[in-house]
Design a protein around this ligand. Sequence first.
Ligand code: ATP
Ligand code: MG
Length: 264
Amino acid sequence: MNKEDKNIIIVENLSKHYIVKKNILSKKNLIKAVDNVSFEIKEGEALGLIGESGCGKSTTASLILNLIKADEGKIIYKNMDLTKINDDVMRGLRKDLQIIFQASQGTLDPLMTIDELLKVPLKLHKIVDNSELDCEVTRLLNLVELSESDKYKYPYQMSGGQRQRIGIARAIATKPSFIICDEPVSALDVSIQGQILNLLETLREELKLTYLFISHDLKVVKHLCDRIAVMNKGKIVEIGETRKILENPKEEYTKKLISSQLFV
Ligand SMILES: Nc1ncnc2c1ncn2[C@@H]1O[C@H](COP(=O)(O)OP(=O)(O)OP(=O)(O)O)[C@@H](O)[C@H]1O
Ligand SMILES: [Mg+2]
């Protein structure tokens, strides 16, 4: 990998708290979903964000993409603080910053063909001229290793793995520089997981992408990620090179996480 030392995203002291009622009688409870989190992601890097369910991974993702508002902190992208910019500027940045979700099925309109689905982001962000739309859809399908004939299918006519490839094609359609992969293979059969991970790795090289790769599965992040950030109860407890973290974890929580997955 041709990694540069330039940071693409810098997260500084980011926090998001929620006040919830546990039950009808109880007092209000403060949940520190993301609690004073700081890290940076270098251009071309894949940073893994790992931790147990509910530790704040998806909330971190939503904050970075400005889908929810931060209570505190900064998210610096191209010298701009995403927590401060107005909606118009953010709309322009949407195509640069993409996300791939766990279950693409839920995000694919069942009434649209694959062709129509892929044309939505292409048209919205004016990625190509109208005359080039068909060619571009074919190119995207080739990139995610599907065939041109898949254009005419509906999402229900595809397998889970193929649907996830469509989710990936939609994310790369806008030629982003940064993609958050939020548990992109968790809903898939183990035999298919490897294929999708290989595809994400190939695309990273070919399209010079940077990933924030969210997973609770250490096996998944082990091969793809250059560095890992370990999250527990809204905080990043440890961050470093993947091999170092896995071979020589410093924090008690990381050690437990590794041993709980019988990871070698
Ligand atoms: N809108 C919300 N209102 C109240 N609490 C929320 C809200 N969104 C998230 N939370 C809480 O914040 C915490 C972190 O949630 P988050 O979805 O970020 O976890 P996660 O690490 O992605 O978990 P998983 O691995 O299960 O996807 C959880 O306790 C969750 O219940
Ligand atoms: Mg999540």
